[in-house]
Design a binder for this molecule. Structure first.
Ligand SMILES: [Zn+2]
Length: 82
């Protein structure tokens, strides 16, 4: 018998790992984090300024979810940035 084969990796698993790591994807501060979701990557373009760090990060990683701390999450919701 083979030892456990390497299965496919699921993006969702990475999200879980990120959530349990308790680290903000934007400012990298450890602590309480929340998941920020968008319905689609197209929504992403509409949701914020395309030059925002979080829009770039999500677009780059082609992720519809981003794990951020409370203050970054606040900042995202207040976009477009001042
Ligand atoms: Zn943060």
């Amino acid at each position: 018998m083979n030892s456990s084969p390497a299965g496919p990796t699921y993006p969702y698993k990475e999200l879980i790992r990120r959530l349990t790591a308790n680290r903000c994807s934007l400012c990298e501060r450890p602590g309480k984090v929340e998941a920020r979701h968008v319905k689609s990557l197209n929504d992403l373009q509409r949701a914020g300024d395309p030059s925002s760090d979080w829009v770039k990060l999500m677009a780059e990683r082609r992720r519809k979810a981003l794990v951020v701390c409370g203050s970054c999450h606040d900042r995202i919701h207040r976009s477009p940035p001042i």
